[in-house]
Design a protein around this ligand. Structure first.
Ligand code: MRU
Length: 341
């Protein structure tokens, strides 16, 4: 296997390492992924996360598995692939990456090299897709604009520079004076912990806000555009992204602020006709009732209270100004366009 380094995933000296995103920004700890079952746990615990990156991570976990265990038979490999495929249900990138790996394995007559080569292609392709989306998306941003983003669509969510955040970082690198408003993104604070960490690394001017402050900023005319990522784009352009994205889209529509989603073709699911068919992952109650920090778990709600914790929501296509894809910016109607490959 070839060595590589990305913001949240690395393969070096025969080890697949994951930057534990649950410990960011307090601590930068890399954990070694021991096998595909371990990668399933890592994905489920959101130590590695973000739609494109979980696809790449699953592919690399399988590639490492066959590299370290050359005598595995096809049934053993397929069993691990099946487990990985269902580790998280909403981001289609995960299932798509595993399916692509298995198709290549079959085509190579169950030669492990087919898996290793395909994992590398998936990784390298994602780096390039990010660069292409960044270039197209940055054209939408003018000097002096402030852009709101939700969740984390940066290098921590992809193998490259990112999706929505990649656009903003690239616009900053082009010399545009932009300002990023970062939704903290309850309940797991991907905005407050991860997007801020990335923006600080790239020295992009930004302001962190609580999710419920966005509408007020929009009303004050402080937000010129919204850019978010996606976990699955249905054939009609509806898309799932981190819970809270739909509220941002409704608020943007009310204030007539352009609202874009940025995603590669690996996030488009043409087999899914519309948003209501996208499976939405439901998570445990602790994430709503409290918060985990490095030192402690703080629970602020009564044990007896029920919770509702969908990890994603669906934004209807009619609220989307444009879908920023690697091939360019698609304006409505989306109508099952799957650009690129
Ligand atoms: O639960 P997460 O943190 O994996 O959710 C991630 C998101 O919703 C991102 O916005 C999404 O993956 C798109 S950006 C790569």
């Amino acid at each position: 296997m070839k060595e590589f380094t990305s913001t949240g995933l690395t393969y070096s000296n025969g080890k697949l390492l994951v930057l534990d995103q649950q410990q960011l920004p307090w601590c930068e700890e890399w954990i070694e992924c021991l096998d595909p079952s371990h990668m399933c746990e890592i994905i489920l615990q959101l130590k590695v996360r973000g739609a494109p990156l979980i696809g790449v991570a699953a592919a690399m976990a399988l590639a490492c598995y066959v590299t370290n265990n050359p005598t595995l038979d096809a049934d053993q490999v397929l069993a691990q692939a099946t487990k990985l495929r269902s580790a998280r249900p909403t981001a289609v990138n995960l299932a798509a990456a595993v399916d692509r790996m298995m198709a290549a394995y079959q085509q190579s007559n169950f030669d492990h090299q087919g898996i290793i080569d395909t994992a590398w292609q998936i990784y390298q392709e994602d780096v390039e897709l990010c660069q292409q989306m960044a270039a197209h998306g940055a054209e939408l941003i003018s000097d002096g604009e402030s852009v709101l983003t939700h969740c984390n669509g940066g290098g921590l969510a992809t193998a490259g520079i990112g999706t929505a955040l990649g656009v903003l970082i690239y616009a900053h690198q082009q010399g545009k004076k932009i300002h990023v408003y970062v939704d903290e993104t309850r309940p797991l604070l991907q905005g407050g912990r991860l997007t801020t960490w990335e923006l600080n690394r790239y020295q992009v001017p930004h302001t962190l806000i609580c999710d419920n402050m966005a509408a007020s900023l929009m009303a004050q005319g402080k937000i010129h555009k919204v850019m978010v990522g996606a976990d699955r784009i249905a054939a009609n352009g509806d898309f799932a992204n981190k819970i809270g994205t739909y509220s941002v889209a409704v608020n943007a529509d009310y204030h007539q602020i352009p609202f874009y989603t940025v995603a590669p073709y690996t996030t488009v699911d043409l087999d899914c006709p519309g948003g209501s068919q996208i499976p939405v992952e439901q998570r445990g109650s602790f994430e709503v009732k409290g918060v985990k920090t490095l030192e402690s778990n703080i629970c602020w709600a009564p044990k007896e209270s029920a919770t509702y914790n969908p990890a994603f929501d669906v934004t209807p296509a009619k609220l989307v100004t444009g879908w920023v894809l690697e091939s360019g910016v698609c304006t409505p109607p989306f109508l099952g366009r799957k650009e690129g490959r």
